[in-house]
Write a protein that binds this ligand. Structure first.
Ligand SMILES: Nc1ncnc2c1ncn2[C@@H]1O[C@H](COP(=O)(O)OP(=O)(O)OP(=O)(O)O)[C@@H](O)[C@H]1O
Ligand SMILES: [Mg+2]
Length: 244
């Protein structure tokens, strides 16, 4: 087995003096998709922010590709390949798709901007089709794909996604999940928080379940998906077993 892309060692993180995530340990294999499951307020977004470096880490270690990154500022983590798409869509709604992509290149040297934009527009052809459209006029699913594409400009090795399908129709949720699968197929490690737990588990290799900031369960997505406690708490108690 290869070295894990991300290792969390007893991470305790939160805001001000209040720890929210406590003693959380996990390990993600390179190129895998992992769903982070938990109820509202469990601390899922807090954990993603702690990995990216935008909230307080009280204690613990975050190893990315073998290196401790927990003391680095977010932009340094981004440079090393940690990409984060926070909850809520569309950073620059009044700007066109083209302008949004240019903004997304801001951490890259000018000489590679065109190549980076070409790369993501070939991966996501919708972006070329909507090149001059204001981002705020894209559909919800298209906006989400634009947000992911903006992070993909910097070729992250790890992609942290917070609720990418929130508020989208089932069809658009499917598009977003398919996009996530395509990104992971290129070797990118994905950690995804999703309100559509069932949909996320179907595209995931592994699952982490968080309750009140602590790791409650971890395992292969298929196994977690069929656990009676998880079905009851997060999958609407539906006992029906799907073949997938
Ligand atoms: N900026 C902040 N300052 C102080 N407390 C915060 C802040 N953001 C979140 N919290 C608190 O941290 C706890 C966990 O919040 P978090 O957003 O991580 O939960 P979550 O699992 O992502 O929930 P949801 O599913 O609703 O998005 C909550 O009690 C919340 O009130
Ligand atoms: Mg959240």
């Amino acid at each position: 087995m290869t070295e894990p892309a991300l290792v969390l060692k007893s991470v305790t993180a939160g805001y001000g003096d209040v720890p929210i995530v406590r003693d959380f340990s996990a390990s993600l294999q390179a190129g895998s998709i992992t769903t982070l499951i938990g109820g509202n307020g469990a601390g899922k977004s807090t954990l993603l922010r702690a990995i990216y470096g935008t909230n307080r880490l009280f204690s613990g270690q975050i190893l990315f590709k073998g290196d401790a990154i927990e003391r680095l500022p977010p932009w340094e983590r981004l440079k090393r390949g940690v990409g984060f798409v926070p909850q809520g869509r569309c950073n620059f709604p009044a700007m066109s798709v083209a302008e949004n992509l240019k903004m997304g290149c801001y951490t890259l040297p000018g000489s590679v901007h065109d190549a980076a934009i070409d790369r993501v527009t070939s991966a996501f052809p919708m972006l070329s089709q909507k090149w001059r459209t204001e981002a705020g006029n894209l559909s919800g699913g298209e906006q989400q794909i634009l947000e992911m594409a903006m992070v993909m400009l910097v070729e992250p090795a790890l992609l942290l996604l917070d609720e990418p399908s929130l508020g989208l129709s089932p069809k658009m949720q499917g598009d977003v999940f398919a996009t996530v699968q395509r990104i992971a197929a290129t070797g990118v490690t994905v950690l995804i928080v999703e309100q559509n737990v069932r949909g996320a588990l179907l595209i995931s290799d592994g699952a982490l379940v968080m309750e009140q900031g602590r790791l409650f369960m971890e395992g292969p997505a298929q196994q977690v998906r069929t656990d009676p406690r998880i079905r009851q708490a997060y999958l609407g108690g539906n006992i029906q077993q799907t073949a997938a």
